[in-house]
Design a protein around this ligand. Structure first.
Ligand SMILES: NC(=O)c1ccc[n+]([C@@H]2O[C@H](COP(=O)([O-])OP(=O)(O)OC[C@H]3O[C@@H](n4cnc5c(N)ncnc54)[C@H](O)[C@@H]3O)[C@@H](O)[C@H]2O)c1
Length: 454
């Protein structure tokens, strides 16, 4: 087993999508892992081997590593530094005021690690910032906080690295097991070397492309990656609007042709209802805020954000015009999670669309295979939440596909027709077979398609 090469043990602070997945993976590789989660409910679940999040493969592995005693969850850092050599900081960095990232959780975690270090006998622990932060944060915010709380100097009493995370929700465990690149930012080569060796041992025999650079570059690589992905999505969504206005236009075919150009590539060219989730919108805002704070041009970032919002509102406009007004109309919203495979509704297209539908007087029924509870916490009781997709569609004047869960693609046209009061569908994610639905007598508007029938 590799555990010996990976040190005595690993600490992880913050058991969200990133921290919990990392903890479970490390523990499954035979590394004793201590996961600190300040939310008592979440921590309690993890202690019992129950996953607080919906991620493929995670519940089974979590149960196993907790049963085997490889993963310990707790709510305080406590004496963790006595038992681990490396600590990953994986706390949240939500958007704060003015689009600036709110670094409260990062600062608190840094202080807690520093305090634990001040009484610890561990000589030079390695602290790794995995949270997504703006350039300069690790060196100019995290380092001084740890130094002050610990009474130790960086590079001597402890080592510090930035190591951004690139996992995708919905395949978080797979992505953590098989990362396509490792980015390490450090001021001291010893710190970078330690983290590099750690990953070599963890992923042995695979060789993962690894880039070692400065902390600020590493931080910027993460933000720039997400901004670029958001750019691709907004670009293809703008093209999808043009397709709708073009005779025989189909953005799927246009994207396929675009993707054949090796300089462009086929990925992230799926038109739909735009990007959401906990990363792309917030990281784009963080980069925009950083550029604005340095007096730089932000117009490209503004356009990406603007197109994303417009793409969602267009669907509601379309619904209103198709139904001749939304007041009193029953709308079935299929999908609440920001993408399939997750229960995360942070910045999901569904939230904005539902808010608009309600504001225009519609009666909204919503279905999602995983995210009903999370959505209810955000939206409240103004929506009827349905556990069965059939209940959601029953008596509806319109159904909108908002998340591309596979079960929606498999919906039978005749069932749809018999359940709905008015068989009209807006396919916001381009997953339905338009021809089959039209043949079954259903009117359908597909995003990015010239839709003469709907
Ligand atoms: N979710 C993703 O897909 C993803 C992917 C790549 C990078 N990231 C980045 O990774 C970071 C974490 O993201 P996430 O989605 O896992 O966040 P999350 O909000 O799901 O989880 C963060 C967790 O940290 C806990 N926490 C905060 N402060 C703490 C403290 N002092 N001690 C113990 N626990 C504490 C919170 O209670 C929460 O459970 C963010 O910066 C995010 O931008 C996220």
């Amino acid at each position: 087993m590799l555990a010996g090469d990976l040190g005595r043990g690993i600490g992880v602070i913050g058991a969200g999508y990133v921290g919990l997945t990392l903890s479970v993976f490390l523990a499954s590789k035979g590394v004793r892992t201590i996961c600190v989660e300040k939310d008592e409910v979440k921590a309690g679940k993890i202690m019992r081997g129950v996953s607080p999040i919906h991620e493929q493969g995670l519940p089974e592995l979590l149960q196993r590593v907790v049963r085997d005693g490889m993963l310990e969850a707790r709510t305080e850092v406590g004496d963790m530094l006595e038992r681990v050599d490396t600590v990953f900081i994986t706390v949240g960095t939500p958007t704060g005021s003015d689009g600036a990232p709110d670094l409260t959780q990062v600062k608190e975690a840094s202080r807690q690690v520093g305090e634990a270090m001040s009484t610890s006998r561990t000589a030079t622990p390695l602290i790794v910032v995995k949270s997504t932060v703006p350039p300069g944060t690790t060196w100019h915010v995290v380092r001084p906080i740890i130094e002050e709380a610990s009474g130790r100097a960086c590079g001597d009493g402890f080592h510090l690295c930035v190591n951004p995370e690139f996992l995708r929700e919905g395949s978080a465990l797979q992505d953590t097991m098989n990362p396509d690149r490792i980015i390490i930012g450090a001021k001291h080569s010893e710190a970078a070397e330690r983290l590099k060796k750690f990953y070599e041992a963890l992923y042995h025999p695979s060789k993962i492309p690894t880039l070692v650079t400065t902390p600020a570059n590493a931080e910027l690589i993460k933000l720039a990656t997400n901004a670029y992905l958001a750019l691709k999505i907004s670009f293809i969504n703008l093209i999808s609007q043009i397709c709708e206005a073009t005779e025989d236009g189909d953005v799927g075919v246009v994207a396929e042709g675009l993707g054949l150009d090796p300089r462009i590539g086929p990925l992230f060219l799926r038109a739909g209802l735009g990007f959401g989730g906990s990363c792309l919108p917030k990281d784009l805002r963080a980069l925009r805020w950083f550029a604005a704070s340095r007096g730089l041009d932000t117009s490209l970032f503004d356009a990406i954000i603007g197109i994303n919002r417009a793409q969602r509102l267009r669907v509601v406009e379309k619904a209103e015009s198709k139904l001749g007004g939304l007041a009193g109309k029953r709308v079935a919203v299929l999908g609440l999670a920001f993408k399939p495979g997750t229960d995360d509704v942070r910045e999901a297209a569904s939230l904005e669309i539902i808010r608009e539908l309600l504001a225009r007087g519609a009666e909204v029924r919503a279905h999602d295979p995983a995210a009903l509870d999370n959505a209810r916490q955000v939206i409240g009781e103004s929506v009827i939440y349905c556990h069965r997709v059939e209940d959601c569609l029953n008596g509806a004047d319109l159904a909108i596909i908002v998340t591309e869960w596979p079960e929606y693609a498999a919906l039978d046209p005749s069932t749809l027709k018999s359940l709905m009061r008015n068989p009209l569908i807006i396919d916001g994610r381009r997953i339905l077979n338009t021809r089959r639905l039209i043949e079954a007598g259903i009117r359908i508007h597909t995003v990015g398609l010239h839709n003469p029938s709907a």
